[in-house]
Design a protein around this ligand. Structure first.
Ligand code: PMP
Length: 360
């Protein structure tokens, strides 16, 4: 068996101890005689698994009691529609901040359900910085303000969340949830697909303030009405059971490693190692402004893009995989979520130095 350092943006690397435990429990979960995949979602075994996952996630994120935690399906792209359907609540419009590709995908979908007011955008600047809060033209009558906490493609991340007054702040946290402590009470709603920091694709996490429930548009599919999902304890329809089980194992792994404070330190250290190296050479460069560089997704370029293919081939040969940048931005991208060990980033930097010495 050969495990590689997998820099994929998602689905992404999972902690090896989690995969090993899942393998050990594959055929017979805790003496049940069944795989978790084979269990009824309403049976006692799976109920215990789901309850533990919810308890752990609430504990890790310190979710206040007046917030519901939902396990749903459909991923963040489905949420781009489900959010306005549930959250417009009779308002004519919502405010969206454009910090990159994923913000734009959210806005495009929301326009099918209401008016989208783009309150700030970094599109003109090449999406390498977050527009200053002072430049945002917020509407006090907006249903909510939508942001993307970490632009997985662009590599731009909020390192402090904006004040938006009384209007609920809604965040797509798909690619940085659980990477650092957050104050959940600052948000009206948090949504995140699981396949970066949480577990397998197929599970979507929703954390929503209770008073915002109950106003879904009549056209909302019942399975996507947050209030219905909340009333049924995320079991209105069959939830993605195996993904919830793996997520629970990941939550336990995070807790055992010291929770989100320790994760933040781990992620800050890895990101600093890579950005410090990028800043120290003329051979590679990070296009992102320093104060909003992502700790999770690090896009970088070689000074000569003609070397890209050779760089990727050499990386692959050394077990450093999935480093090709997103087609929209080109170049390279190293995604270094929670499960990426420091040794993976050290190996990447060592290879980058070696490649520079050979081609510089
Ligand atoms: N938002 C962000 C920030 C993402 O990174 C992604 C996936 N890369 C999505 C939305 C879309 O996720 P999905 O394809 O699972 O719906």
């Amino acid at each position: 068996m050969r495990r590689v350092y997998n820099f994929s943006a998602g689905p992404a690397a999972l902690p090896e101890p989690v995969l090993r435990q899942a393998a050990d429990e594959m055929l017979d979960w805790h003496g049940s005689g069944m795989s978790v995949m084979e269990m009824s979602h309403r049976g006692k075994h799976f109920t215990a698994i789901a309850e533990e996952a919810e308890t752990l996630l609430r504990e890790l994120l310190a979710v206040p009691a007046n917030y519901k935690l939902l396990f749903m399906q459909g991923g963040a792209i489905a949420e781009n529609a489900i959010v306005p359907m549930n959250m417009l609540r009779g308002h004519a419009s919502a405010d969206y901040v454009d910090t990159g590709e994923w913000s734009r995908r959210s806005m495009a979908e929301a326009r099918r359900y209401g008016r989208v007011n783009v309150v700030a955008s970094n599109a003109e600047g090449g999406s390498v910085a977050i527009p200053a809060r002072s430049s945002w033209q917020l509407d006090p009558d907006a249903a909510y303000v939508h942001i993307c906490s970490n632009e997985t493609i662009g590599g731009v991340q909020y390192h402090a969340f904006p004040e938006v007054g009384e209007v609920p702040l809604v965040v797509d946290m798909s690619s940085d949830i659980l990477s650092r402590p957050i104050d959940v009470s600052r948000f009206g709603l948090i949504y995140a697909g699981a396949q970066k920091n949480i577990g397998p694709a197929g599970l979507t996490i929703i954390i929503v303030r209770e008073d915002l429930l109950g106003g879904a548009m009549p056209c909302t599919p019942t399975a996507f009405d947050y209030q219905v999902v909340a009333e049924h304890g995320s079991m209105y329809n069959t939830p993605p059971t195996y993904a919830i089980y793996i997520a629970g194992l990941v939550f336990n792994w995070i807790k055992a490693r010291g929770g989100l404070t320790a994760m933040a330190e781990h992620n800050r250290t890895k990101a600093a190692l890579l950005y410090d190296f990028l800043d120290s050479t003329g051979f590679y460069a990070s296009p992102i402004e320093r104060d909003c560089r992502s700790w999770m997704n690090v896009p970088f370029r070689l000074h000569d893009s003609a070397l890209d293919a050779a760089f990727l081939k050499g990386a692959d040969e050394r077990g450093l995989v999935q480093l090709k940048g997103h087609r929209i931005v080109g170049g390279m991208r190293a995604s270094i979520y929670n499960a990426m060990p420091i040794e993976g980033v050290q190996a990447l930097v060592a290879y980058m130095k070696e490649f520079e010495a050979a081609h510089g």
